[in-house]
Design a binder for this molecule. Structure first.
Ligand code: ZN
Length: 111
């Protein structure tokens, strides 16, 4: 895949360090801890990207404050805040890839 904005190739070998032997739940915590600390790792146990897709997109990470907000939302079980930040991540990915993204369910609570 070609990143149309930067012209760089999208990373096809995401960073996956340290997932060997982790349980499903532990892999989530491991990925989150490293992402918040500034190291985006693709969760190979769940085949799941970081909230901002930075593990695979080669794009920018969300700012530290947003990563910390996501972590706090996870700890608090605040699904609405998690959803809002995940949508932000999709927006960042779409901007990076120069494509339009529509999330299923988006706008259900509007009007
Ligand atoms: Zn990824």
């Amino acid at each position: 895949m070609q990143n149309t904005k930067t012209g760089s190739l999208v990373r096809i070998d995401p960073l996956i360090d340290g997932f060997d032997g982790l349980s499903n739940a532990d892999s989530i915590a491991y990925q989150l801890k490293h992402w918040v600390a500034g190291k985006p790792l693709h969760n190979v146990i769940r085949d799941e990207c970081c909230p901002d897709f930075s593990c695979c997109s080669g794009g920018e990470m969300m700012p530290l404050k947003v990563r910390q907000r996501f972590n706090a939302a996870i700890e608090a079980g605040n699904g609405a805040e998690q959803w809002a930040i995940l949508n932000m991540g999709l927006g960042m990915l779409a901007a990076d890839m120069d494509v339009n993204v529509h999330v299923a369910g988006q706008g259900q609570n509007e009007n």
